[in-house]
Design a protein around this ligand. Structure first.
Ligand code: AMP
Length: 295
């Protein structure tokens, strides 16, 4: 596995692959790799001839300077974790390879970016959309792999790829969890021992609420119960806990079409996010309700 830090060197390599008619997959990350990231790498390996993992802690997607400063940076161990996957390239661009002097362009996706993390982290999705567009173009990727853990981000990236006529196919991959149900995240490393024990409550509370809603319980009631359970377990505050349609993120008061529950909550000074699908029933005009199972 080569490590490349300059886009000119990256381009020289991707052009060689292109001339040979080979396909390129990319997995964009901010490092501090865990099994969630590595599942994307395995998916890319299975579906493309060459795999590039990018590692760039993108300052433009952090609305909070403290969060940026505290973001774990573990380049050496990241490279070690990737070694068994037989990928071609770890691209770790210098900041001015992404944002050279005079850089003045922002990719801004409306609609799917509006609520949830878009509302609670102003500017976040502009930062994500801008860097992802650049990374997809720089790597010349045929396919790019993103986790459903960041479900809104996945929809933002799908939207920009369609709207900007990028040739890259955006592939969503399932959320990987710890044995106790906590969604893997680089931010979990920042939880103290006690809060780390508390954190899996998120997974349990979301699953319970999703099942209650699927059984027909009033979503507002199920969300209130979930909120109380989180706060009494020790979460400091909740940025949002909402039922939204999938994939267009309309707020829902009843689960009559494919839906997901979305949560962002603070524990021990760390912001954790998660989401789960809600199985439900949708109306079919001429017959009884038909069950649907979202992917
Ligand atoms: P990040 O390094 O946090 O920016 O994440 C890079 C990519 O890994 C994004 O596409 C994330 O959605 C994905 N990812 C992060 N955590 C997980 C997880 N637990 N399961 C699956 N994908 C994940």
């Amino acid at each position: 596995m080569q490590i490349i830090r300059q886009k000119a060197a990256l381009r020289a390599l991707t052009e060689t692959w292109r001339r040979a008619g080979e396909t390129i997959g990319v997995v964009p990350t901010m490092g501090a790799l865990h099994a969630g990231h590595l599942s994307l790498v395995a998916a890319a390996r299975a579906r493309t001839d060459h795999v590039i993992v990018t590692l760039f802690v993108n300052p433009r997607q952090f609305n909070n300077p403290e969060d940026l400063a505290k973001y774990p940076r573990t380049e050496e161990s990241d490279a070690e974790k990737l070694a068994p996957f037989g990928i071609d390239l770890l691209y770790i661009p210098e900041p001015d390879e992404i944002y050279p002097e005079g850089f003045a362009t922002t990719v801004s996706v409306s609609g799917v970016s509006d609520g949830l993390c878009g509302a609670t982290r102003p500017g976040h999705f502009d930062g994500v959309a801008t860097v992802v567009t650049k990374l997809l173009l720089q790597t010349d990727a045929d396919r790019a792999f993103f986790g459903e853990k960041d479900y809104q981000q996945l929809q933002v990236v799908k939207r920009l790829a369609t709207d900007l006529d990028l040739k890259t196919e955006i592939v969503g991959c399932p959320t990987i969890r710890e044995d106790d149900g906590l969604a893997m995240s680089s931010r979990n490393l920042r939880l103290g021992a006690g809060p780390r024990e508390t954190a899996p409550v998120i997974g349990r509370v979301l699953t319970t609420a999703a099942k209650a809603i699927a059984r027909g319980e009033n979503p507002a009631q199920a969300l209130d119960t979930a909120r109380e359970a989180l706060l009494s377990a020790g979460f400091d505050s909740i940025d949002y806990l909402e039922l939204r349609s999938d994939p267009d993120f309309q707020l829902m008061t009843k689960a009559d079409r494919p839906a997901r529950l979305f949560l962002a909550a603070w524990l021990d000074g760390v912001r954790l996010i998660d989401n789960v699908a809600v199985a439900g029933r949708q109306k079919v005009e001429s017959s009884e309700d038909q069950p649907f199972e979202p992917a």
